[in-house]
Design a protein around this ligand. Structure first.
Ligand code: AMP
Ligand code: GLY
Length: 430
């Protein structure tokens, strides 16, 4: 089977690393890919939003399965485009059509969807210029802190959490005035949920689904969850507080009604759904949907999948997922993201990277690396993800931290407290 994966980050390195291990995989292409994926796949310099070029490549390389890593092409209708094009209409794809991608592409759509399906989520009001006064009145009814979300895609920056009512009122007006361009023409004003976050991933063919291992992401740049939001500074899987009872509740109250809602709207959804959850007491709430895998969660989740992911993906694209079952490694995976100094603000690129020898139960996934004059150099904010599997969380962290210390480039930074908040709970689990 010839597989094409779109994207260039740690998530796509992890996806291609796992898929390349499948006996079903004949050729694997990653577009545009990175120096890590180049070790076992063929990188192709394609823009993930250039639908024509993707269709041509699919035809010329006789691609059997396309896996879309990032959300952007999905929200802009790549899957619809390929289905409507006679040359690519029969291509198997992992990733929803434009209608399904609205779950991530529009927070207003996602909130309305959850409300209609009775899925637990924070109370909210969608605000535009035309109901600004109602929006301001809604803010006044809420308790601090105040959560404001740009409706559309805003490169992960569209959520503001503000402590003071006056700040929130001001920010709401600024957002409607175009602070995030067209993405904030509509703003979702939301109740703040005080709890603990985790991410649950599902692979669905629209009829049935597989629950992938869950993960906890560390979003802030600073230790103790301080400072600016990033794409993610580390991930742990499994999550000790996501107990079997809690996960059963997530399936019953969140996953099943989400799939029912997609079906009743006749949305053909074949791909991943990432449920960003907040656990408040024992109750799970949906904070957000994503229509793709998470990054760096993928780097912690995929090393725990023992069964053949490509076989599952193929079944997903052919709507025969009901015959599949996952085999999951019970060990813990700890992923640390090593980033460029200055990230998520401005940072320098082009710093030479030295990578250490990687022991058996660890993997170095490339995220923002490039090649300059034959040498590996930094090319992005998030540079390398280090993942290690071990019998328990302390051992997994120890292995990843040892390796992270040995990765060398000027200005490198990583958080020293990934997983620390879970150590106590991990002891209780074992
Ligand atoms: P989102 O892009 O929707 O995932 O939001 C970014 C981050 O903001 C989330 O990961 C949460 O940490 C936080 N957040 C979003 N919505 C809420 C909420 N209603 N209550 C508390 N925190 C929230
Ligand atoms: N790590 C969060 C995300 O992928 O959106």
């Amino acid at each position: 089977m010839n597989v094409l994966i779109l994207g260039s980050g740690g998530r796509e390195h992890a996806l291609s690393w796992k898929i390349a291990q499948s006996p079903l995989c004949k050729s694997i292409y990653v577009a545009p890919g990175n120096p890590g994926t180049a070790e076992f796949a063929q990188n192709q310099n394609l823009d993930v939003n250039d639908f024509e070029a993707i269709a041509q490549f699919v035809v010329s390389k006789q691609i059997d399965l396309l896996i879309v890593g990032p959300e952007d092409p999905l929200v802009h209708g790549l899957v619809d485009f390929l289905k409507e094009n006679p040359d690519t209409a029969s291509l198997r794809t992992i990733g929803p059509t434009r209608a399904g991608a609205m779950l991530e592409g529009s927070k207003d759509f996602a909130k309305q969807f959850m409300k209609e399906e009775g899925i637990p989520t924070a109370a909210y009001l969608s605000v535009t210029q035309s109901n600004l006064n109602e929006g301001l009145a809604f803010l006044q009814q809420l308790n601090a802190p105040y959560v404001l979300k740009a409706d559309g895609l805003a490169a992960g920056k569209g959520v503001l959490i503000l402590d003071k009512l006056e700040e929130a009122e001001e920010a709401l007006k600024e957002m409607l005035d175009g602070k995030f361009g067209a993405a904030s023409k509509t703003v979702v004003v939301e109740e703040f949920l005080d709890g603990i976050e985790c991410s649950v991933f599902v692979l669905t063919d629209g009829k049935s689904y597989l629950m992938l291992p869950e993960a906890k992401d560390y979003k802030r740049i600073g230790e103790g969850d301080t400072g600016l939001n990033t794409g993610g500074m580390g991930a742990i899987s499994p999550v000790p507080f996501a107990t079997p009872d809690f996960l059963k509740r997530v399936e019953k109250e969140i996953v099943a009604p989400t799939l029912k809602g997609l079906k009743s709207r006749r949305i053909d959804y074949r791909g991943f759904i990432f449920f960003g959850l907040m656990k408040v007491g024992e109750q799970p709430y949906v904070i957000e949907y994503n229509v793709r895998m998470g990054d760096p969660e993928t780097e912690a989740v995929l090393p725990r999948i023992e069964s053949d992911l490509l076989k599952h993906l193929l079944a997903c694209s052919e709507q025969s997922l009901e015959n599949e079952s996952l085999r999951i490694d019970m060990r813990t995976c700890a992923t640390l993201m090593i980033v460029s100094g200055g990230y998520p603000g401005s940072y320098e690129k082009g710093k030479g990277i030295l990578l250490p020898f990687t022991p058996q139960y660890s993997v170095l996934f490339h995220a923002g690396t490039g090649v300059d004059a034959g040498k590996l150099v930094t090319k992005g904010g998030r540079v390398i993800a280090v993942s290690s599997l071990a019998d328990d969380l302390p051992a997994a962290l120890k292995a990843s931290y040892r390796l992270a210390q040995e990765v060398q480039f000027e200005g490198k930074y990583f958080r020293n407290d990934i997983g620390q908040d879970l150590l106590h709970e991990d002891e209780n689990r074992s």
